[in-house]
Design a protein around this ligand. Sequence first.
Ligand SMILES: [Zn+2]
Length: 191
Amino acid sequence: MIILNQHLPADTYRAANRKAVDINRIIIHHSGGGIGGLLSTLNQRKLSYHYVILPSGKVWELVSVRHVAWHAGNANGDSIGIAFVGNFEYSEPTEMAYQAGLDLIAELEMTDRPIIGHREVSATVCPGMVDLDKLRHPKMATFAPWAERAWLWGISGGVTDGKRPNDPLTRQEAMVMLYRLWQMVLNLNKQ
Ligand SMILES: [Zn+2]
């Protein structure tokens, strides 16, 4: 994918030397308005996002991910900020924009990072109706609510190692899990 550099002035973010391991989460925003005037507004208010995604699917890098952008208050330090350009209080971004978001997160090699909305860390409605699930890659660790308790039980009992929750099971893996379960039952009977 093509990412256009539109870097903001250096006084709209904190220069840093973060590595990939320093980034624990991806925070999603909507810009609230169109691209016209967005960069000058950010500049005036001393705010920044790392990336903005336009309705056409174009992606602009405003701040390098190694720097700390000012987009989510106390959550800035260990996060990156990605904003969908537009006001999505009552509508959703285009499919092209969602696809660009998926591609961008893959390009950054951050598909294993939790993706959260701005509203989860600040008192705001941002990012409105942006559907975070559409930005999550199929291989990401997502849990059906009805499966979560069983999954956690399996980890605490040593039946599963807790990895790759969404992957299919081989016959070999199924047998290992049954064996571990059987060992667990034997141990319970000894107590
Ligand atoms: Zn926001």
